[in-house]
Ligand binder design. Structure first.
Ligand code: GSH
Length: 167
């Protein structure tokens, strides 16, 4: 599918605000439609252009794929951004206690993901799909921007990360 990506500098959200009426990225512009928020963008694309192999076949598994996508955006993503930036979601710097708490929460998420990938190569079966892409978008940020990356204590999560990187 053809698209043009426009990189937005974090300190200059003028164009984003002008086009979408809010400051956050991503925003999709498709002909006369302007859609902010990654979940809304994905739902729009699937509704308009079809799922193109991104969703599993059964409707229950499709629901789980969307649930994982929402989890990646709302739970995992904010934790990872806090870890990378050293700041809480509200912007205040993490003190040592908040940092310790964050590390504990991250450990819990990684344990869950480790368990998930211990029994299957991708989140919902044999092929990468929407759920994997949503998870990878944030874990990739962590690996690229935090020296600690994915700990060797999570071999199945690391193996999944390797499979996703190779796609
Ligand atoms: N729920 C939104 C979150 C969007 C979001 O937080 N975007 C971040 C970058 S990943 C942003 O634009 N931050 C800049 C800011 O807070 O000013 C989504 O999934 O698209």
């Amino acid at each position: 599918m053809e698209f043009e990506a426009v990189l937005i500098a974090p300190e200059d959200r003028g164009e984003v605000e002008k086009v979408s009426g809010q400051r956050l990225v991503p925003v999709l512009c498709d002909e006369d439609r302007v859609v902010p928020d990654s979940t809304r963008i994905l739902r729009y694309l699937v509704a308009r252009y079809g799922e193109r192999g991104l969703l599993p076949s059964g409707s229950a598994d499709q629901a789980i794929a969307w649930i994982v996508e929402d989890y990646a955006d709302e739970v995992l993503g904010p934790l990872i951004y806090s870890a990378i930036s050293g700041r809480a979601p509200g912007g205040e710097p993490l003190d040592p206690r908040a940092r310790k708490d964050l590390d504990k929460q991250m450990e819990t998420q990684f344990r869950n993901l480790e368990q998930l990938f211990s029994q299957r190569p991708f989140a919902l079966g044999d092929g990468a799909g929407l759920a994997d892409i949503a998870l990878f978008a944030f874990l990739n940020q962590l690996v690229r921007r935090d020296d600690r990356g994915l700990s060797a204590g999570f071999p199945n999560l690391r193996a999944w990360y390797g499979r996703m990187s190779a796609l």
